[in-house]
Write a protein that binds this ligand. Structure first.
Ligand SMILES: Cc1ncc(COP(=O)(O)O)c(C=O)c1O
Length: 406
């Protein structure tokens, strides 16, 4: 292993706490990851030394806050592989980014148009498009899955033959762990003239991206799933695509000049960042992104795969549990069910043993309906998890199984 896992873990203070008298085994990373010390330090430093409002101050603190704030945009440009720093827009999260896109791209949608999504979308990449279609009389076309939980690429091709205006799909499924071939899918969607939107909430946490080298137009992520703060997200958009979007919210920061009669809107990125932004969390996220950029991602990706492969093998050996999502290209998520048992009972018993997982529909109710499940018990891994923690998960599952079934 080309990285020191003990050293990496030591940077996440929360991982050394106990829960119900047991060492915490945190396997709910798809819901939200834990935070490194560099983020906590940056947040504290910002409020202790640099806080002021950004972009419009006439004093030293305002300048320092602005420099710290904008440094995060630069770090994200590198992490995302963006061609231009103005392509990085701060939002509240993936959800807000998707609403911004549905509102903006939606203005040109007419009755009879088609918008394509897939069967494995999180509600954040479903409800905004569904409601847009309902409001405009457009059609929502949902791409089917195969039995492994992969997108049916033939059905995707069929959907594209309807010449959709917008195609929006997840990079990685939060419920099944399926990694979609986003570059290929974007190329095919672009070839029919669609706007290509990618929900990167789960995809962005597995290493730096090269978005400008793809045909993707927009990519959304949430900082809190990328070892960063809550309440903050990023919308990346190709400059020419972003520039066509109307303002999402109106007010301060997003204007150049205002009279009682009219307003001249600001340039990107500020035109899409109305009001005082979440300055402190952006500054703290900048520290996290720079830290992420310093890591050996080849080794970390291999480590995450080893955790998933080992966990899958151990759960299969345990018997009784069904694993949902067996895609050939899969990352970090192990979604389980025990026939006859409600997933929340599994979650409760695991919590008693210090093992934190997520249970339920994972904000993908239509997918659960398709699978005929009330939900799943989902363990999800991050770069700081260990094989010993997988052992703890499997031991806790074995105990839960014997209590629930025997
Ligand atoms: C695939 C996917 N998309 C979107 C979201 C929504 O993210 P947020 O709640 O941070 O806006 C999530 C969160 O779980 C997700 O997993």
């Amino acid at each position: 292993m080309a990285f020191d896992l003990v050293q990496l873990r030591s940077q996440f203070p929360i991982l050394s706490r106990q829960v119900h008298g047991k060492p915490l085994v945190y396997l709910d990373n798809a819901a939200s990851t834990q935070k490194p010390q560099c983020m906590l330090d940056a947040l504290m430093h910002y409020y202790q030394h640099e806080h002021s409002n950004v972009h419009r101050g006439a004093h030293a603190l305002a300048d320092e806050a602005t420099i710290a704030f904008e440094a995060c945009r630069d770090a994200l440009q590198t992490y995302l592989g963006a061609a231009d720093r103005r392509e990085v827009i701060f939002t509240k999260g993936t959800t807000e980014a998707m609403n911004l896109l549905a509102a903006g791209l939606g203005q040109s949608i007419k009755a009879g148009d088609t918008i394509v999504i897939t069967a494995l979308e999180h509600h954040a990449n479903l409800v905004p498009w569904q409601q847009l279609c309902l409001a405009k009389g457009a059609q929502l076309r949902v791409v089917a899955l195969n039995e492994l939980g992969e997108l049916d690429q033939q059905d995707y091709a069929d959907a594209l033959s309807q010449k959709p205006k917008i195609v929006s799909f997840a990079h990685v499924s939060n419920a099944l762990g399926t990694v979609n071939p986003i570059a290929d899918m974007a190329r095919a969607a672009k070839a029919v003239g669609a706007w290509v939107v990618v929900d990167g909430a789960q995809g962005a946490a597995h290493g730096p991206l090269s978005l400008s080298q793809t045909d993707i137009d927009f990519y959304a992520l949430s900082a809190h799933k990328l070892y960063g703060p809550t309440g903050l997200g990023v919308l990346w958009g190709r400059f020419n695509a972003l520039d066509l979007l109307p303002p999402y919210q109106l007010g301060g920061e997003m204007i150049k000049s205002v009279s009682f009669e009219a307003t001249e809107f600001n340039d990107l990125p500020y035109r899409l960042e109305a009001g005082t932004p979440n300055i402190a969390d952006v500054v703290a996220f900048g520290a996290v992104v720079n830290w992420l950029l310093s890591l050996d991602w080849q080794a970390l990706v291999a480590h995450e795969q080893e955790l998933l492969t080992y966990a899958t093998q151990q759960v299969q050996a345990l018997g009784g549990f069904q694993i949902h999502g067996q895609a050939k290209h899969k990352v970090s998520v192990l979604s389980l069910s025990l026939p006859g048992v409600h997933p929340s009972d599994i979650g409760f018993l695991l919590d008693q043993q210090g093992v934190a997982i997520r249970t339920g529909s994972h904000c993908a109710e239509p997918l659960m309906q398709l699978l005929g499940l009330p939900g799943t018990a989902r363990a999800s891994f991050a770069i700081y998890n260990t094989l010993a923690e997988v052992d703890a998960l499997v031991a806790a599952l074995a105990k839960a199984k014997s209590m629930l079934l025997e």
